[in-house]
Design a protein around this ligand. Sequence first.
Ligand SMILES: Cc1cc2nc3c(=O)[nH]c(=O)nc-3n(C[C@H](O)[C@H](O)[C@H](O)COP(=O)(O)O)c2cc1C
Ligand code: SF4
Ligand code: SF4
Length: 215
Amino acid sequence: MVFPVYFFGLPEIVSNFLDKLKTSRYFFVVINYGMIPGPVLKQVEGILKENKVHLSAGFKIRMPDNYIPLVKAFSEKKQQKIFEREKSRIKEISAIIREEKHYMEKESFLFNWSLKFLYNVFLKKLSFNDRNFWVDKRCDYCGLCQKICSVNNITINDSSILWNGSCQQCLACLQWCPKEAVQYKNSTIGRVRYRNPEVKATDLLRDISKEQVKQ
Ligand SMILES: Cc1cc2nc3c(=O)[nH]c(=O)nc-3n(C[C@H](O)[C@H](O)[C@H](O)COP(=O)(O)O)c2cc1C
Ligand code: SF4
Ligand code: SF4
C-alpha cells in the first residue's frame, strides 16, 4: 500500500482498512510525508498485529507538503529538488519489493511519543473540521469538488456547496478547484495551491458510476 501521513499518523480511512486486512502474503507500505512523518510504521505494525498480519517492509518517501492551511506550498524549484532526490530512492525501494525482501526504516521512539499524542487529538476533531471549509464568489458550481472527494462528503444544493461531516482532510477539493474558490478558514486566501505535476484531476475522480449503479 502507498498512502500519505496525516498529522503524524495514518489517514483514518487507511487505518480502518488495515484494521480489516487479513493476509499471509508479503505486505509492504510506502508512506509519503511532507516534513515530519511521525511514528507511522509503528502504527501500521500495531494495527496489523491485532490480525496477526506481518508487515514485511516499510518505507517513507518525502513529497512536497500539501497542508496549505498551515504552511505555504513549496516553490516549484523546491518541489523539483524533492522529486529528483526521491526518484532514486523509489528505484531502490522497488528493487527491495520486487525481491520480497524484509526491510524496515527506523523510527525514533522518544520524539514520536509526543507526535502520537497530537495525532489522537487531531483524530477526535476530524469529523468537525470540515465546518471550516467555505467557497468564495469565484465558484461557478462546476461540480468538480463533489466528484473528486473520495469519501463523497460534498453536496451541491441550489447554489451552495455543503461539507457533510465525514471529511478526511485530504484537501483535494481545495487544491483542485479550478477557480481556487475553496477556502479553509481564512488561512488559504491568496495562497498558491499544490498539485502534483504528474497527476491530473481526472486521475482522482471518484468512481461515481458504481455509486449510481448501487442506488
Ligand atoms: C491532513 C493532512 C495532514 C498532514 N500531516 C502531515 C504530517 O503530520 N507530517 C508530514 O510530514 N506531512 C503531513 N502532511 C503532508 C502530506 O503527508 C504530504 O504532502 C503528502 O506527501 C501528500 O501526499 P498526497 O499528495 O498523496 O496526498 C499532511 C497533509 C494533509 C492533507
Ligand atoms: S470545484 Fe470549485 S468552482 Fe467547481 S463547484 Fe467546487 S468550489 Fe465551485
Ligand atoms: S478535504 Fe475535501 S475532498 Fe478531501 S475528504 Fe474532505 S471534503 Fe473530501
